[in-house]
Design a protein around this ligand. Structure first.
Ligand code: SAH
Length: 227
């Protein structure tokens, strides 16, 4: 199944809103760190329900936000959650961003980058569309060090990238980004049941669930586009 077919199906089932709710635990911390100023143009790579563009307009006064998603149904749902004309949604692939060179100030992406067919091409595209000094906030909870994310490929049914923290930094640099920071953002909100509840349907032990959410959390790599 292609990524867009898989997410079209998710969107038709209304699962975009559930993702937003779960990802918001972490996304809000990422968004709060972004240096978006009033008047900036921002991009959300793999926007799903489109919450990030809405938030950056409302809280930072971004002049315009674009959400790009390969799934037509996701973009359709995202459009229906706002009537703000300066929150735009585009159906397209990360590998070919439909934007001019140097036209975007900052880019956010949550739980989407690992679906890229050619991640180096995506970083090169981002470097092209971001103005020098612009930033890419790339949040992923599937990566090499997070052992709990390794089996997801089978669950989702589409190929997924599994870079290490070092590989993310190296690829960012190779594409013309300076790595401003890289850290793990814990999810402190997902409820973890008491010890007696384990094993659960998803977790063998409470320790594993604590490790997944509270210790590994989400990997955030921040790149700054160089001159
Ligand atoms: N950022 C949202 C959605 C995450 S799900 C959130 O935090 O909830 C990942 C999204 O990325 C899906 O909507 C999927 O359709 C999109 N996506 C995956 N690969 C893509 C690609 N190559 N180009 C564009 N969108 C892609």
């Amino acid at each position: 199944m292609s990524v867009s077919d898989a997410f079209d199906e998710w969107a038709r089932q209304g699962r975009d809103e559930g993702m937003e709710e779960r990802h918001w635990h972490t996304a809000k911390h990422v968004l709060a760190r972004m240096p978006v100023e009033s008047g900036d143009v921002v991009l959300d790579l793999g926007c799903g329900s489109g919450y990030a563009g809405r938030a950056l307009r409302e809280t930072n006064g971004a002049a315009r936000s674009y959400g790009i998603d390969a799934s037509r149904e996701m973009a359709h749902n995202a459009r229906s959650y706002t009537d703000d004309e300066n929150v735009a949604f585009v159906v397209g692939d990360f590998g070919h961003l439909p934007f001019d060179d140097d036209s975007i100030d900052h880019c956010f992406s949550m739980e989407a980058f690992y679906y890229a067919e050619d991640p180096h091409e995506v970083l090169a595209e981002l470097r092209r569309v971001l103005r020098p000094g612009g930033t890419f906030y790339c949040a992923v909870n599937r990566w090499e060090e997070n052992v709990h994310s390794h089996e997801w490929e089978e669950l989702v049914g589409v190929p997924m990238l599994l870079w290490s923290e070092r590989e993310y930094r190296a690829a960012f640099r190779e594409a013309g980004f300076r790595v401003a920071s890289q850290d793990r953002i814990p999810d402190t909100e997902t409820e973890i049941p008491a010890a007696e509840a384990f094993p659960t349907e998803d977790w063998e032990t409470r320790e594993a669930m604590v490790e997944r959410y509270r210790e590994y959390g989400t990997l955030l790599t921040v790149g700054v586009a160089t001159e």
